[in-house]
Each structure stands twice: as C-alpha cells, then as structure tokens.
Write a protein that binds this ligand. Structure first.
Ligand code: S3P
Length: 746
C-alpha cells in the first residue's frame, strides 16, 4: 500500500466552495483520504450544490460552525477575504486544528495570520497550487486537477513540522508535486510568472477597447490578440486582490518590464534591426525551451517517460547515399569565434544537437544576437573580442564537455564573473585539466571537489601568456589555453604530446587571426582581432563512424556518406578500419573553408583483429565505442592501449563497452588504458540482451550498429542523449537498414 493511500484526515472544513477548494476535497474523497467534510460559502447555492454533488457532508451559514472539530481547515477564498475569515473563525478552531490556504500571494496571508492569531502561530501552513481551469465554481470541481501539477508550500521558521507534513501529504495524496520555498521568493516568482502577465493582458485589452477605432480592432483581432489576452477574462475581483496584495513585488517586476519595453521601443524608433533580432531571438529560444519543458511535464497528463530505450532487432545490410549531421567540434567553434568576431558570420551545416545548442545559448545569454538555427543555417552578429556581456545566470552547458572546457578559456579573459554548470554526466567530468593552465596564466578559477563542475571563473583578471606542455593529448585543453591566449599579455604557446584535432587553429586563421604551428607547438599572440567570415560545417566524421562500422560488419552493405570532414587529425577511424581490412574509399576530395572534405564509400568486408597503433588513438578518440563493435566482429584479437582518456568521456567508455560486449556474448576485457577484444569472426554474431548506455550517446549508437550482426534483439537503455550529437539518428539509421525502434521508459 502506498504512503498516500494510507493517509487519512478524519474531518476537513473547507471555506470557499470554488473550483480550487472543491477539487482538492473531491480528489481526497475519491482516494479515500478523508472522513467528514463540512463546508461554508457566502453563496447559499454553492453550499447546496456542494452537498448535492457529495463534495461536502454538511454546511452552515455560520463560518465559525464548520471549523469546530476540524483536523484540517482549507481556506480557499480570494486573498483579501482571508483576513475577515480568520477573524470569524479564530475563536472556534480547536487546539490541534491545522489551517492552510490556496492563495496566489503568500506575504499578505502570512501577515493576516500573524495579526489575527498572533505572531508565531504555528499551525497555519501557507500553500499555493499552480493549477486552474477556464471553468469555475463547485460544478467544475475536478478530482484530477492537481495531478502532476506543482503545489508550492511556503513554511516559515515557526511552522509546526507536523502541520506542514499533514498539508504536504494532503497534496501528495492527490498526485500533486509539492515544492517548498520562502514566502518572499514565492511572491517574487509569482509576480513575474503570473501577476505581471495578467496585468499586461488586462491593460492591453483596456487600451485597445478605449481606442476610438476599437470596433475595427476587435473585428480584425486574430490569433495574437486572442492568445495574448485570454487571461483578461478572469475574475476582476480576484486580480484586484492579487495586484494589491503583492504590490511591492509586482511593481518591481513591472519596472523591469517597462525598462526593457523602452529598450525595444528605442530599437524600433532607431530602426536598429540587430537589437530587435536580439530581443526576438532570445525570447523565441526561451519560449521554445519552455515549450519543451511543458511537453515533458504535461499539465493534463501525468508524465510517463523519463528516458528512452532503443530496441534493435537483427538488421540487414546498410545501403544508400546520405549525409550525417554537422561536425560537433566545428559547430561549437563557429559559434564561439563568430560571436567574438567583428561583423556578421554566416554558418551553414551547423549541428542542431543539444551540445552545440548549449554553446549557442551560452553566447545568447552573454548578449550575442544569433539568428537560427534553421536547417543548419546560423547568423551570428559578432560583438568583438571585448563585447560579451555578463550573463544573467549561470551558463548551463548540459552534457557538453567541449562547451565547458573551451568556454573556461574564453571566460578567463572577460571582465565579468561566470559560473558554468552541466547535467549529471558533465558534473562528474574533470575540469582541473583546464583550471590548472588557466591559473598559471593568472586566472581565478574555482571548481567543486576534485576539480569537478560547477566552474566559477572570476572576471577582470590580467592574464599573461604562458608556454604550456599539455600533460595529455586533448584538443579541448589545447583550445581552452589558446582561447585564453587571445586575452593574455604577450605570447601563448602549447606543445602537445600527440596531434589532436586542430579545428581551433584552423578556424582562428579563417577569422584572420595569426596562429603559428611548428611541429607539435602552437603559438599565438594577443592583440589581434577576429573578422567575420562564412563557415560551411562538414558532416561529422564521428557520426559517420557508426555507419562506417555498420557497413563494414553487415554483409552486403554499400553506402556513401556525403561531405564528411576528413581533417587529418580526425581520420583515425578510417586508418584503423583500413588496417583491419575495411573497404573504404574516399571520393571527390576537396577543401571547404579550410577543412578537407570527402564523400566516403564503405562496403562490407571481413575484418581482422589488430593491435591498434597508439599514434592513432588521439585521431580516433571519439570513435572507439564504434571500433569496439568492429573488433568484436573481426577475426582474432584486437588490442587497444594508450587510451586511458576514454575513461573520462561522457561515460567510462572502456567499462561501458566491455560490459555491453560481455552481455552480448563477446569476450572482452578492459585494461587500465584500453581493452582486449576477442572477435567472433566471419560466422559469428552478437547475442541479444539489455545494454546500459550510461546516458552516453556514442555507447548507445555503437550498440545500435551491433544489431546489424545480431542474432536476437538488443535493448539499449538511456538513449536520450543521442540528441546531443546526432539528432535524427533513429530515422537515418532505420532508412539505411537498421531495425531500430524507440521505446519510452517509464
Ligand atoms: C573535442 C575534443 C575531444 C573529443 C570531444 C570533442 C573538441 O575531447 O573527445 O568529443 O571538440 O575539442 P578531448 O580534448 O578531451 O580529447
């Protein structure tokens, strides 16, 4: 039996028989959580109706009478009516009676409780359900009104914990999600999210209605007017009370809005289209984000899914000619450098995945006007190296290590402080590797324990150029130091232990910034400028890699992947697959915007196990999950060494892959810096089973490809993060020959 269903309140009194109070009582009754209910309303009809509908068991015209003996009194009357109600019942409540309300303003109610019952009265629990309906009154009462809706309680220091527990459980019993905050915070948040929008809706309708041409206006008022002003049809008395009870917070948020409105007005008056686009694109991005949250947290339906799983049935050959999404590394850098350039940068082929979108949003948060993305096209109105503004909040970078590490370098050179946070996986990843060199340059960087995010970068530090010997082969660390070097006094140089992706160096040059490369040393000086350019982002070889492996292992496959970036620092996957006997042809090789590109044709081949050359490891660092699948299908043993970096990616990729391979019947073991995999060879196949992807996009997609040589269904858990790097993976893979479906996990 669940906690909620064992919850029971013998006697409830409800004062104010409207939608909100009656729905709560009706919901408690339907779940068997209440004994007797007595009710009061100033309207006799409502009381009679509530009795007839079985919402109350009795009613009285004397409000004081209904609270006698009640264990819980629910006050659901308009805000300014609460004080007189309290005065009328003060003498009649029992010594253990708990009281609660449902009002939209908490400060004014707290004050009334103090005045009437005396400061320190501890059995009044202030509450506010964030739910409602177009309909009102007893007859609209709905026992599911609060399902998966938020209810905010605002306990005070003196609130009795047992009283608080009772009210919280009474909300949880009707399936509400209860959250707690302070009275002041509640009133401030609600002023912005609810009270101001209502005020604006009423005010706009009033303005238009007073216009002498109002008839015209209402005749032609279409969607915009209708949508924006729907809430102006709510109860005027209720909103008068709320505006007046939350005066202070409402005025503060109204002043802020007024200021922003004047800013937009000035932009329109001055025909400043960049500023206009700034406001509009930022607002659209915020609204789109909100729509997604709403979709996940439906107001009507309980949320059923928290994650998705892939079901991969044994597949056939891969065939076709297609293009995988844009390169993630280049997409990140296009936003960063485009934002810091002088002038307008046009990007095409941009990856609309969650990781690169996190970078895009971070720069919007720092005041850069960015149009799009729309079908891979992004227009960035660069603000120059010194033009970023302090973001209003912490920069949230989701799953994206590249965003956080590269931004750390850029943020070190700014005049303002920044905090950077991420999701559960990013919060576990090492940031000491970027904090260390930045500190040597004079930056003030703080991390959480053991060098993990969140990362705080202090503004206004005078950076000095350094020479840094990279302790590990990492393009992210190299790029971080180079980007900080743009702001550091003098020269900044780096030597790397092995070549890593050089997109930062190439793109800086593309923006007209001088970068010297000699052997394994990269050098730049501060004092230059970036000049806007256009960037054509090639398809991501890391995304192509899944299909390269898939086509290699599935007999009869023949695919061509178009316009794939084949930067020499990224082609390890091609070199390794070829060394294993893969049949890979590069066609139509060309250079696009400083990056080499080709169409890649892959046909199936019997692979053989190899010892992977260590110099290929940094060149294929993201492709090992897919290469492990290739190794499993190969004839003989494959040995990987020198790849300890795989342990600190989105998951510990050595462990995730070895565990998954073992589940599918493949002999594989992890070593401290790699793995040894015994391939099943030509006639073998993967078994079926359930694989944990650990929320790592590349683990998920690799095991999806394994199904091409599967003998039974492979179920891959926690695949939502595939959207970080490969939006549309399921559709593209299914079109090419995978038998892949998506299952929503409860
Ligand atoms: C990246 C560098 C690599 C890679 C990551 C993207 C980049 O990380 O794994 O997916 O864009 O610079 P490391 O620098 O940690 O090797």
């Amino acid at each position: 039996m669940s906690k909620e269903s064992s919850f029971f309140i013998p006697r409830i009194a409800v004062i104010g028989l409207g939608l909100i109070g009656c729905s709560w009582v009706k919901a408690l009754r339907s779940r068997g959580c209440v004994g007797q209910v007595s009710g009061f309303d100033r309207n006799l009809d409502s009381m009679q109706e509530a009795l007839a509908l079985g919402i109350v068991d009795h009613w009285s015209e004397q409000v004081a009478e209904v609270v006698v003996d009640a264990d819980l009194v629910i006050i659901s009357v308009p805000i300014l009516a609460i004080r007189p109600v309290l005065e009328s019942i003060a003498a009649s409540i029992g010594p253990r009676t708990v009281l609660t309300d449902v009002g939209s303003v908490k400060g004014a109610v707290a004050e009334a409780v103090d005045d009437v019952f005396g400061a320190g009265f501890n059995r009044f629990v202030l509450g506010h359900p964030i739910a409602g309906s177009e309909r009102s009154g007893v007859s609209a009462a709905d026992e599911n009104l609060y399902c998966r809706h938020k209810v905010i309680v605002t306990p005070q220091e003196h609130t009795d914990p047992a009283a608080l527990r009772m009210v919280i459980r009474a909300w949880q019993a009707v399936d509400a999600d209860v959250e707690s905050m302070t009275v002041a915070h509640h009133d401030q948040v609600l002023a912005a999210t609810s009270h101001l929008p209502h005020l604006l809706a009423y005010s706009l309708v009033d303005t238009l209605a007073n216009n002498h041409e109002n008839k015209e206006i209402f005749n032609y008022a279409a969607g915009g007017f209708r949508d924006f002003t729907r809430i102006a049809a709510s109860s005027p008395e209720m909103w008068r009370d709320i505006f007046s009870a939350n005066r202070e917070h409402l005025l503060a948020t109204l002043d802020l809005f007024n200021k922003d409105l004047q800013y937009l007005r000035a932009a329109i008056a001055g025909n400043d289209t960049t500023t206009m686009m700034g406001v509009l694109t930022r607002a659209k991005a915020a609204r789109d984000h909100f729509t997604k949250i709403l979709a996940r947290r439906a107001f009507v339906e309980p949320m059923k899914t928290s994650s998705i799983a892939y079901l991969a049935a044994p597949g056939q050959a891969l065939t076709g000619t297609f293009r995988v999404p844009g390169d993630k590394s280049i997409s990140h850098r296009s936003i960063m450098l485009g934002s810091l350039a002088n002038g307008v940068t046009e990007v095409s082929g941009f990856l609309e995945g969650e990781d690169s979108l996190a970078t895009l949003q971070a720069f919007r948060d720092m005041g850069v006007v960015i149009e799009g993305p729309h079908r891979g096209r992004v227009t960035i109105h660069g603000v120059g190296l010194r033009g970023l503004q302090a973001p209003p909040n912490a920069l949230y970078l989701g799953n994206s290590g590249t965003s956080m590490r590269l931004l750390a370098g850029l943020m070190a050179g700014q005049a303002f402080d920044v905090e950077m946070t991420g999701d559960e996986s990013l919060s576990k990843r090492p940031m000491g590797r970027v904090a260390d060199p930045l500190r040597l340059m004079g930056a003030v960087v703080e991390t959480a324990e053991a060098g993990r995010p969140p990362l705080h970068v202090k503004g206004g530090s005078a950076l000095k150029g350094i020479h840094y010997d990279l302790p590990m082969a990492s393009a992210q660390v190299k790029s971080c130091v180079l980007l900080a070097g743009l702001y550091a006094d003098g020269e900044t140089s780096i030597t790397e232990p092995a070549p890593t992706r050089d997109h930062t160096e190439r793109m800086l040059r593309g923006f007209g910034y001088d970068v010297q490369v000699e052997g394994n040393k990269v050098t730049l000086k501060s004092g230059g400028e970036l000049t806007a350019t256009s960037i054509d982002v090639p398809a991501d070889i890391s995304s192509a890699a899944f299909f390269m492996v898939g086509a290699s292992i599935a007999p009869g496959s023949d695919i061509t992947l178009q316009h794939v970036g084949i930067n020499p620092t990224r082609v390890g996957v091609i070199n390794i697959l070829r060394a294993m006997g893969g049949n890979i042809e590069l066609l139509n090789e060309r250079e696009v915007g400083g990056e080499p590109v080709a169409d890649i044709r892959i046909r199936s081949a019997q692979l053989k196990g190899i010892r992977i050359p260590e110099d290929q490891v940094p060149l294929a660092i993201d492709e090992f999950p897919a290469l492990f699948i290739a190794a499993a299908c190969a004839e003989g043993e494959t040995v990987l060494t020198g790849a300890e970096e795989l342990r600190v990616k989105e998951s510990d990729r050595i462990q995730s892959m070895v565990d998954g391979l073992n589940i599918l019947g493949v002999k594989a073991e992890g070593t401290h810096d790699g793995a040894i995999i015994q391939g099943f060879g030509g006639n073998g196949a993967f078994g079926g089973g359930e694989i944990e992807s650990h929320g790592d996009h590349r683990i998920a997609m690799s095991f999806a490809m394994a199904s091409l040589r599967g003998s039974a269904q492979i179920r891959i858990l926690d695949c939502a993060n595939v959207a970080t790097s490969f939006p549309g993976f399921v559709e593209l893979a299914s079109g090419a020959g995978l038998q892949l479906s998506v299952q929503e996990e409860a």
